[in-house]
Design a protein around this ligand. Structure first.
Ligand SMILES: C[S@@+](CC[C@H](N)C(=O)[O-])C[C@H]1O[C@@H](n2cnc3c(N)ncnc32)[C@H](O)[C@@H]1O
Length: 259
């Protein structure tokens, strides 16, 4: 790929295409999910299909200012809005944000949407949120330190950062062998990005999908700590849709607090 390649611009169009093609993380929640949430029966995911433990959230969500970070698709944002939170969804894909607005209009929920890059939260003032909720999405972001620093800045003291992310080890395998034959062939040293692949191979394995970055645990967990967060919880889970799920955790989820 050319050296002038802009991953954010590429991934913006790529995620808009994912909406067109019906990727499961672009399908908005239905009216029954919102009705149940309004009645107090709700859950949201950070990784795969694993509900986030209720006690990761503040005891009182009504009125809490929640930033759903890189979390478009009409999923977590509308559910948290239905339980009373004041929700803002920031995402890099206009089509993903339109999903949140669709659900908001259908359900008369005030979900605010902001188009942007998760590394730059300058649309928001310091200490303006109680929760930053960031489901698996930083795999599409070239660098993480600004994400954690900006999340820290926009959270109030005592505010909570929840993040879901990929186990970087999942990237060591040959993707075509894994997808086509279920074979785990170790091939790529870490760190890895799909930009490392020759164009024809990337297109064969990833189509015109978004560019991905492996990111180390130092960038993920060390980066949160370096930004000033205190880690309170960490869980792991198998990748819900990957052959590696039989052997290893494909995802991690963390909860951290701004002191
Ligand atoms: C797998 S989807 C996650 C949203 C989904 N609601 C979920 O439950 O996981 C990944 C999202 O990250 C967004 N994204 C990718 N790169 C981004 C960036 N640099 N800044 C903000 N959002 C980004 C995509 O547009 C997409 O909506």
């Amino acid at each position: 790929m050319a050296s002038s390649f802009d991953p954010v611009a590429h991934n913006r169009s790529a995620w808009d295409r994912e909406v067109e093609s019906g990727n499961e993380w672009t399908r908005p929640v239905g009216p029954e999910v919102i009705a149940r949430a309004r009645a107090g029966d709700w859950s949201v995911v950070l990784i795969g299909y694993q509900p986030v433990p209720r006690d990761w959230f503040p005891a009182e969500l009504a009125g809490a200012a929640v930033l759903c970070l890189a979390s478009g698709g009409g999923q977590q944002g509308p559910v948290l809005s239905a339980v009373g939170a004041a929700v803002t969804v920031l995402d890099n894909s206009p089509r993903q944000l339109s999903r949140d607005r669709e659900v908001g209009a259908r359900e008369q929920l005030a979900v605010r949407t902001v188009l942007g890059d998760m590394r730059d939260l300058s649309a928001f003032t310091d200490a303006s949120f109680d929760v930053v909720f960031n489901p698996v999405s930083n795999v599409f972001c070239p660098e993480l330190a600004p994400v954690w620093l900006e999340s820290f800045r926009v959270l109030r003291p005592g505010g909570i950062l929840m993040a879901g992310f990929m186990n970087p080890d999942i990237f060591i395998f040959d993707v075509a062998a894994l997808d086509e034959r279920g074979e785990l062939i170790v091939r790529h040293p870490l760190p890895f990005t799909t930009l490392d692949l020759p164009d024809d191979e990337r297109e064969r394995s990833y189509g015109t999908g978004p560019i991905e970055y492996s990111h180390s645990l130092t960038e993920q967990i060390g980066g949160q700590l370096a930004a000033g967060f205190v880690l309170t919880h960490l869980v792991e889970g198998p990748h819900h849709a990957d052959a590696t799920g039989r052997y290893m955790p494909g995802y991690f989820a963390t909860r951290a607090v701004r002191p």
